[in-house]
Design a protein around this ligand. Structure first.
Ligand code: NAP
Length: 350
């Protein structure tokens, strides 16, 4: 039995930070030894700044834990084995780099360092081999994708073998995707906003990196082209995405359905604690997936919110259409980082 690793959470009072607290409560591999936030949460206990229901965090000691002001010296003093970052992008860029240069292992949700060549951008079921690029390093950053890119990548992975070179996607993104307090209520209540700053650029850049090939220590981006249109919708959690892609091979619809249904990857083989049995859950009902019914899809308490749900699959004239939904702050953020860290721990790399 490997000894548990100590972890700290940066941005612990935010929406993603609190999902980290949820997913790392009583975790079999990791202990939380420090919580860090900004001036709003400084000195407060986690329970005093909750943005998710109290029962989501099963460890009472963690609920009572104090949030300290973010400070590299204070983090260094705790000497954590792992740093989970849910910092705003402008802050993340330098702090994460500094922590990596001080030999800390950083797993981040911020977009600031995602596209750096030295930073693998990993969805474990899609491109776990890219974690090799940081294997053996003392300090590094492993990044998560944007919350829409992760769901899109998970759903595309089982069908990429049918020769997809171009994807059109329209996203319907939850208000929590903008963090707390996020989009002003008067902008989003009873409304849709067909623009999310920087979101379309992120998706079209990140998917080619996620589907890149790992060759002799480097990642070569895929040539895949992605054309996203992003819409903010008055839903609390989960992003729904309508995907269209042309297949480069003659394939029957049942083969596509089987590929979604049978998709498994390394996290499932390794039975990682936060890995759902089915990373993609295929629904046959004509009105699924829906945020209110499918947000928390997953097979165990720890993997709730970690599956992407796929439905409305149609194939005609090699044109594939489907709808996918995934939880933006769980699979699309904290849960994605936790799964990366679980994989590296189980491999003996951290
Ligand atoms: N929300 C999503 O769906 C989602 C999905 C994927 C990735 N992300 C990324 O994850 C990161 C966190 O997002 P979020 O939605 O959790 O944001 P959030 O709810 O706004 O939380 C931001 C966190 O950062 C802290 N913070 C803000 N300014 C600070 C400062 N000057 N010094 C130290 N700490 C500071 C806040 O502390 P106080 O409470 O004390 O101010 C809070 O803990 C962002 O980079 C975001 O782009 C978010």
């Amino acid at each position: 039995m490997m000894e548990k690793r100590n972890a700290v959470i940066l941005g612990a009072s935010g929406l993603v930070g609190q999902r980290f607290c949820q997913m790392l409560s009583n975790h079999p591999f990791f202990n939380i030894t420090g919580l860090f936030g900004g001036s709003t949460s400084d000195g407060k206990r986690l329970v005093d700044v909750l943005k998710i229901p109290e029962h989501s965090i099963s460890d009472p000691e963690l609920l009572r834990k104090r949030i300290d002001h973010l400070d590299v010296d204070a983090i260094s003093k705790l000497d954590p084995d792992i740093v989970f970052s849910a910092l705003p992008n402008d802050l993340a860029r330098e702090i994460e780099m500094e922590l990596a240069s001080l030999n800390f292992k950083v797993f981040t949700n911020a977009s600031a360092n995602r596209m750096m060549e030295s930073v693998p951008l990993v969805v474990p079921e899609v491109n776990h081999e890219c974690l090799e690029t940081v294997r053996g390093k003392h300090g590094f950053i492993v990044a998560n994708g944007n919350c829409s890119s992760i769901g899109l990548a998970l759903s595309l992975k089982p069908v990429m073998k049918f020769g997809i070179s171009e994807v059109n996607v329209t996203t319907f993104q939850a208000a929590s995707g903008a963090g707390y307090p996020g989009v002003p209520s008067l902008d989003i209540m009873d409304n849709l906003v067909p623009y999310i700053s920087q979101e379309e650029e992120k998706i079209s850049q990140e998917i080619p990196k996620m589907f890149g090939t790992y060759e002799s220590g480097h990642i070569r981006n895929s040539e895949i082209k992605v054309f996203p249109t992003c819409v903010r919708v008055p839903v609390r959690d989960s992003h729904l995405e309508v995907v269209q892609a042309t297949l480069g091979q003659d394939v029957e619809e049942y083969e596509v359905l089987e590929s979604f249904r049978n998709f498994r990857s390394l996290p499932q083989e390794m039975k990682l604690p936060s890995a759902p049995e089915n990373p993609v859950i295929l629904r046959s009902e004509e009105n699924r997936p829906q945020p209110s019914l499918d947000s928390m899809a997953g097979s165990s308490e720890r993997s709730r919110g970690m599956s992407a749900t796929v439905g409305r699959v149609k194939l005609s004239d090699s044109r594939l259409r489907y709808v996918t939904l995934s939880h933006n702050t769980i699979r699309g953020a904290a849960g994605g980082s936790v799964l990366n860290a679980e994989l590296m721990f189980k491999m003996g790399w951290i």
